[in-house]
Design a protein around this ligand. Structure first.
Ligand SMILES: *Cc1c(COP(=O)(O)O)cnc(C)c1O
Length: 401
């Protein structure tokens, strides 16, 4: 390619692009020039190099600041070109300098906590509810973290000189509680704010634009979007990413290249999936709210494809009666899933802490997929059971208490 046409190409590539365009093209900008259409999957664990002096210099550079290796890869635990495409694409969607992918959402969170601990900042401030295992990782102190739980208004007062991180989910798993992220970011001052953006996705919310330094995803959910890949990712600035890459290299929680490929493919339909599933979810939330068998519905102001609701009757009975909807943990797939957080996703959280965060024993969490909304409603309607007797009994019990 001559210089003039390369220049024209670069000018087009760097022009600002809408989210839907980035979703389809980010991480793939070099493909056409290489004569490719689908991204290649590089399964190499190691890479040949005849110049070990240059290799040594590149390894020294990585040990210094964790910057992405210039030139060819060295070893798969340091980085992989297929995974890098996904990282590039996700960073574009979240509006951050870069992103670092991991083997799971929990591996991503572990790396962030280790990166803080490595600088001696072991104290974290966190807002409940968080995803059950995130809560557990902080509370159990497995990585040496000491946590102060608070609500958004209490963040500024909970900060200490050794606070390395503030964590929040919005909308939160599973109650869909929402926070004003700009206000939260202000309350953090210079302490890095991590927003778990798994539920909203960059389609509905870009926390970095609101002051979050770290945006975490369980990519297992909407980013992959088809229930067939386990992954995590942190979108952030280059400086923090360098620390995360060094932790990833040292602890080995890397994402497999096949997973990187599936995630890149998942991103291309993310805006379409999230909007279509959100429309279904908003309609189901409306119908649930109007149903006398349902005590309470939570649906985020932001929108999204998650609905949480409390039933008057026994939530375990509802789970046992669904047929089209799948009774299963996880979320963000093309098909609709339902689960009982107090029994499954948040079981690992101490019962009092769980209830204190609004995760009641009657709460059900619905991850709405892309099926026809009337078919979904027909299944839920049947699963909610016969209206009056059950509800009557429960209300009687409630009254007696
Ligand atoms: C599932 C989930 C996680 C954990 O991600 P894994 O990919 O299962 O390790 C973290 N945060 C939220 C909000 C989740 O829903």
């Amino acid at each position: 390619m001559d210089t003039a046409s390369t220049g024209a190409y670069d000018a087009v590539r760097t022009a600002p692009r809408a989210l839907a365009t980035e979703a389809v093209h980010a991480g793939r900008d070099d493909l056409a020039r290489q004569g490719l259409h689908a991204p290649p999957i590089d399964l190499s664990t190691t890479y040949p190099s005849y110049d070990s002096r240059a290799e040594a210099a590149r390894i020294d550079a990585f040990a210094g600041d964790g910057a992405d290796l210039a030139g060819p890869p060295v070893y798969a635990r340091l980085g992989n070109p297929t995974v890098a495409r996904f990282e590039t694409a996700l960073a574009r969607l979240e509006g951050t300098e870069t992103a670092v992918a991991f083997a799971s959402g929990m591996a991503a969170l572990s790396a962030v906590l280790l990166a803080c601990a490595a600088t001696g900042l072991r104290h974290a401030v966190a807002v409940r509810p968080l995803y059950g295992c995130s809560d557990h990782l902080l509370t159990a102190g497995l990585l040496g973290t000491e946590v102060t739980w608070t609500d958004p208004d209490g963040i500024a007062g909970a900060l200490r000189p050794d606070t390395g991180l503030v964590l929040i989910e919005s909308p939160a798993n599973p109650t869909l509680a929402e926070a004003d992220l700009r206000a939260v970011a202000r309350a953090c001052g210079p302490v890095p704010l991590l927003v778990d953006n798994t539920f909203a996705t960059p389609v509905l919310q870009r926390p970095a634009e609101q002051g979050a330094r770290l945006v975490l995803h369980s990519a297992t959910k909407y980013l992959g979007g088809h229930g067939d890949v386990l992954a995590g990712v942190v979108a952030c600035d280059e400086e923090f990413a360098g620390r995360l890459r060094q932790i990833r290299f040292a602890t080995g929680g890397v994402l497999h290249p096949l997973a990187g490929y599936l995630l890149l493919r998942g991103l291309s339909t993310l805006p379409v999936r999230v909007r279509a599933a959100s429309a279904n979810a908003a309609e189901l939330a409306r119908r649930l709210a109007a149903d006398p068998r349902v005590a309470r519905v939570r649906y985020p102001r932001l929108g999204g494809a998650m609905v949480a609701f409390e039933v008057h009757g026994d939530p375990h009975e509802v789970i046992s009666r669904v047929r089209l909807v799948t009774p299963a943990v996880s979320l963000g797939s093309v098909d609709t899933l339902i689960q009982h957080p107090a029994s499954i996703s948040h079981r690992i959280v101490d019962a009092d802490d769980r209830r204190g965060a609004g995760v009641t024993d009657r709460l059900l969490r619905l991850s709405v997929g892309l099926e026809d909304v009337d078919d979904l409603w027909a299944d839920l309607d049947r699963a909610l059971g016969a209206p009056c007797e059950r509800q009557g009994v429960e209300e009687l019990r409630e009254a007696v208490r």
